[in-house]
Design a binder for this molecule. Structure first.
Ligand code: ADP
Ligand code: MG
Length: 274
């Protein structure tokens, strides 16, 4: 069995559609028969909350990192942090087994401990036993790109997948992320992960949006990284799927955004040779 392809879904900005993209991509890949692990990389734990879970994990990977760093308890198998979801082939690696203030403190201590001791690759080392059990790992990143767990995930990443809105802040955030990816990963690996960008909350009829899309497509730096499969502005359909705790392709009434995320999954698979 091969090693999972690690997709890091992040962009260095909040509220763009990272979690929506991570959950939708993970669902679409699983529906195509791939074995997928969705990793909750944000302490808000929105990715986990977006999915119906059938067998909740008794532990979390944050607990495991904490056990390694602070030795307050013996480390346990990473498999204990894997929840089964209601969707065949789609598992969830939990950042928490229990929500609450204690968990936030624990997460901060882990981030601090990893940073203080410079053990950024520990996250990837702990994931290693799961690598052959999955075809894809999909990591849902937090808004900030500098967190220690995030750096650990970037070290493992085969590809960075960045949803971007057609606005100035998002474009400059994407440039910053690119520099961070190069800067961070050059300390730990010979080459940085390849990055793909695509537009979300996109309205073709808006002149500004289509001008930005055309600009990105023909840009010498971004053109080769641009996935020409935009996602429209469709908050209602997304909220319905979220309410059902289902990835878009499993929603009871899949609509336009489900079809758009299918097209994005096709385009991504085509580009990475999947
Ligand atoms: N394509 C879209 N069209 C409209 N609303 C969207 C779209 N993608 C995400 N949203 C909404 O934007 C908000 C933030 O999305 P989310 O995926 O949680 O972003 P992030 O993880 O980047 O913070 C959510 O309310 C979500 O439903
Ligand atoms: Mg999010």
């Amino acid at each position: 069995m091969g090693k999972a392809t690690f997709l890091f879904v992040g962009v260095g900005k909040g509220g763009v559609g990272k979690t929506t993209t991570a959950v939708s991509l993970a669902g679409s890949l699983a529906r195509r028969g791939y074995r997928v692990l969705l990793i909750d990389g944000d302490r808000s734990m929105n990715a986990g909350a977006s999915l119906a879970v059938t067998n909740p994990a008794p532990e979390s990977y944050i607990d495991l990192l904490h056990a390694h760093l602070h030795r307050t308890r013996p480390p346990f198998p990473i498999q204990n942090a894997v929840s089964k979801t209601a969707f065949p082939g789609l598992d969830l690696l939990c950042g928490t087994a229990k929500r609450g203030a204690d968990h936030i403190t624990l997460w901060s201590r882990v981030e601090w401990g990893l940073g203080e001791t410079g053990q950024f690759p520990l996250f990837g080392k702990l994931l290693a036993p799961l690598m052959s059990a999955y075809d894809f790992m999909v990591y849902d990143a937090p808004p900030n790109v500098e967190g220690a767990i995030n750096i650990g995930a970037l070290i493992c990443a085969d590809y960075v997948v960045s949803p971007i809105e057609a606005d100035y802040y998002c474009l400059s955030g994407t440039r910053d992320l690119r520099q961070n990816i190069d800067g961070i990963t050059s300390r730990f690996r010979p080459r940085p992960p390849e990055q793909f960008i695509f537009l979300v909350k996109y309205a073709k009829a808006r002149t500004l949006h289509s001008a930005i899309a055309e600009g990105l497509k023909s840009d010498p730096q971004w053109g080769k990284r641009f996935l020409d499969a935009p996602i429209g502005n469709r908050s209602r359909e997304l909220m319905d799927a979220l309410y059902e705790r289902a990835p878009l392709c499993y929603a009871s009434r899949p609509g336009q955004s489900a079809a758009e995320y299918e097209a994005l999954t096709d385009e991504l698979l085509r580009r990475i040779g999947g």
